[in-house]
Ligand binder design. Structure first.
Ligand SMILES: Cc1cc2nc3c(=O)[nH]c(=O)nc-3n(C[C@H](O)[C@H](O)[C@H](O)COP(=O)(O)OP(=O)(O)OC[C@H]3O[C@@H](n4cnc5c(N)ncnc54)[C@H](O)[C@@H]3O)c2cc1C
Length: 358
């Protein structure tokens, strides 16, 4: 069986590694000679996804930083904790640097006899060379031709990311503050380094100097020595209407792109990989061909759940967006009340860890 993967980003290599582990021949098609992974980007992986990743894809214990508490606060209620999630000192989720994850996957794949990487401009010419094509690149010709029908929302926001170098501190708690201009997350990477993601509404467009000033203003925990690796990204959400066209399956951020405020984008993709692997393994065991039926089954199993999950994240975004525009504290106080309700807190934690199917 031969699978072609279009794109050589993080998700492409993750998926390629999951498939070569099943002794499936995978050819990754890149449109650039060298993939450059942004040094400022980090990903929070949930506990159950990390377990799946290490067992079925590659062991990443060496490059992760485990967190056991998440604090959520609002600038409207200073000195009051809005919601907290913790796991009796056990890990809740783990942070990993995108470039380190990419490196470990690339190094391992290069040594694998089932893996091949090719550089190709005309992707339309290779579509029938493989039993299954998995497309991850939203910008290629295949996406333009077959995957342009989508529900798209422009958040009119920019995510600024950076790394803080600071004096040593016990650093196992992530925190998110819903500020007047958008959510700001502090995501620990070690006892001396923390990554920052600040999603800011475009109407409050700021320059680099102002971004640094705002980090310092909202930071109450770190003794910052240096702020490095500053980058920025436009934010939008996408839900693709159809996940496949014949033997071509769209995957990753191409089928569901979400706001980063809950750190769930890549986690959704890991859950998708889990389902795709199960379908493929089943077919192999039953001696059935790996063809369009895989795509059909995958879409039937996960599309509606992904849509509900994406909308849930969007709801959270809109909730805080409305809250920051109104003057009183009624909404935020009711959220604080809900967050303190133990059964609800448990449900939120479970959904964030395992998604909607558990
Ligand atoms: C600020 C931020 C923070 C995030 N934090 C989290 C988190 O904590 N947890 C979590 O689960 N998720 C998080 N996400 C989502 C996560 O980062 C993405 O799901 C993941 O990085 C997708 O990576 P990718 O390389 O597969 O996708 P993409 O970057 O969309 O790339 C897809 C493919 O398209 C190709 N491609 C893309 N652009 C180009 C181009 N210009 N030219 C040529 N080819 C191109 C690449 O080769 C790649 O194969 C966050 C996202 C953002 C923006």
């Amino acid at each position: 069986m031969r699978v072609g993967i279009l794109g050589d980003g993080l998700t492409s290599l993750t998926l390629a590694k999951a498939l070569v582990n099943l002794n499936i021949n995978v050819e990754v098609y890149s449109e650039k000679k060298k993939q450059i992974i942004d040094q400022s980007r980090t990903i929070g992986i949930t506990k159950s996804n990390l377990e799946f990743f290490s067992e079925n894809i590659i062991n990443i214990e060496k490059i992760i930083w485990k967190l056991n508490k998440i604090e959520i606060n609002s600038q409207k209620l200073p000195r009051e904790e809005l919601i907290k999630f913790e796991n009796n000192n056990d890990q809740l989720f783990s942070m990993v640097r995108n470039n380190k994850l990419y490196e470990i996957l690339e190094t391992n794949l290069k040594k694998n006899k089932f893996y091949k990487i090719s550089y190709k401009k005309n992707l339309l010419s290779i579509l029938d060379k493989h039993d299954l094509i998995i497309n991850l690149n939203p910008l290629n010709l295949v996406s333009k031709k077959f995957f342009s029908n989508k529900i798209k929302k422009n958040y009119q926001s920019v995510a600024y990311t950076a790394h803080l170098k600071h004096n040593k501190i016990k650093n196992r708690t992530a925190s998110q503050i819903f500020t007047k201009i958008g959510p700001l997350a502090f995501l620990p990477l070690s006892h001396t380094e923390t990554s920052v993601v600040y999603s800011i509404n475009k109407s409050n467009f700021i320059k680099k100097e102002k971004f640094i000033e705002l980090i310092n203003y909202h930071n109450s925990k770190y003794d910052i020595k240096e702020i490095i690796k500053i980058s920025s990204f436009q934010l939008n959400s996408i839900n693709l209407r159809s996940y496949y066209y014949k033997n071509i399956l769209a995957f990753g951020d191409l089928i569901h792109k979400i706001h980063p405020l809950a750190g769930q984008g890549f986690n959704m993709t890991i859950r998708d990989i889990k389902i795709l692997l199960k379908i493929i393994k089943n077919k192999i065991e039953l001696g059935l061909p790996i063809d369009t039926s895989v795509n059909q089954e995958f879409q039937n199993k996960i599309k509606h759940t992904n849509f509900i999950f994406s909308n849930g994240i969007d709801f959270v975004y809109e909730f805080f967006n409305i809250d920051r525009k109104i003057k009183n504290n009624a909404l935020i106080k009711s959220l604080k009340f809900l967050g303190k309700t133990e059964s609800l807190n448990k449900i939120f934690k479970k959904i964030a860890d395992k998604g909607l199917i558990y």
